[in-house]
Write a protein of this length. Sequence first.
Length: 215
Amino acid sequence: MRIETRYNGPAGSGNGGWSAGIFAAEAGSGGPVEVTLRRPPPLETELTLLDGEVRDPAGELVAEVRPAGAIDAVVPPVDLATAVAAAADYPGLVEHPFPNCYVCGPQRADGLRIFPGRLPDGRTAAPFRAPERVSGATVWAALDCPGGWAVLAPGRPYLLGRIAAVVAALPRPGDECVVTGALLRVDGRKALVHTSLYGRDGSLLGVARATWIAR
């Protein structure tokens, strides 16, 4: 496995959702998978998965991968127009801890450009146009940042620590999708969030629960 440079999150490391999706695909499980990141995934580095552990060439532990139980993490959908309106108030357009993030970075013209804005009830929502090349890791990535932005705020950065996801189906390239996120609770430095991705016809494409850690 190799996380290419373009799939970065924070500078110098892989986007957590994309990386977790790559690790989950390597595990080959047919059901829900949980990935715990033990350190920021390195870029352009050959990684191996053995007995549920992702390690770098020096043997350092990068992540742990294991089957997950049922993921009851569905965040209700909104229509595309509501998601577009929410994205116009995306706080990351004003202040972003990782502005070059592949998923939600406003400085990435070649990224997924998912800009989650807050709804009146506290959920986040954003439109998502599926790229020309779509894989399971694309869905994992789309399910990552919108949950984080349910707790992220100016001066309050968080990083993904653990994510469990199930991908029901892939969007087709160019599909206009909607992703929603919700904050469940905050416990000290940890925040539990849920995310859901909906296809152009409103079908549920994937769900995730994740733990984000305050920096």
